[in-house]
Write a protein of this length. Sequence first.
Length: 296
Amino acid sequence: MGQEPSEVLAVRVGVADGRLVLISEDANLDVERASNGRFGSTPESMFDSWDEFVDWANGVDIDEEPAPLEKLENPVPCARQVFGVGANYRDHIEESGAEVPTAPLIFTKFPSCLVGPQDEIPLPSRKVDWEVELVVVIGRRAEHIDDGDAWRFIAGFTVGQDISERVLQFAGPFPQFSLSKSFPGFGPLGPMLVTVDEFEDANDLELGCALDTIVKQESRTSNLLFGVPELVSRLSATCILLPGDLIFTGTPAGVGAFRSPRQFLQPGQTLTSWVRGIGELRNPIVAGPKYVAKQF
């Protein structure tokens, strides 16, 4: 295995109708009701006592009626810090013509951009791009963590899209990564949070995205230049990582801005994104309030 062994079993958790639920193949279980109020109805209560929550979740039988997956919402709406990592797949660096970095390129996505797995992505312009990513969810407060100890501080993974408005990103003498990636709807997440114990090798997961029926990106997280443990270690050397924080780990080749001819999201399309073993996002693309069809 590519990760440290754990004594706990896999936990899959999501949000349905605004309430925290445990998820199995056959059913979903309302956490607040099943725990008799020990844990609340929101993800904040789960992250406030992650170790206790996982212990409880491993001992629960999920025997309620299943809730449709299309009803699942953003599983981590309470993120206080959202880190992004740029230029973290070699093929993406090659397609952009950039140099291979010697350290992770870090920016932030402001939490107000986060939405769920079925929510609309409103376009502010005609130059909006896709970037499928594995997203790490922090489960324990982490400060100055070594690579070898990083897995203990990770609650699990979810699927994310680092949607990017390319005009603002490259306007002026210096890139505007954080602002260009933080418009409303620019951070779809979901459909659930899955603990690392679910995966045979948490360092090697398949991910990809498709626009309508055409696949645009396909890769594996084993191709990351800076892997999950190193990202947690490096970030925690500077910032205190808090339960519920998110790390968008980077995107592989295949984004629209570096295609020939260039391609961007258009109203009426559907962007489907996946990480094998977690599930998929299906986000409709719509015109935002300031979208101009003939802009640029």
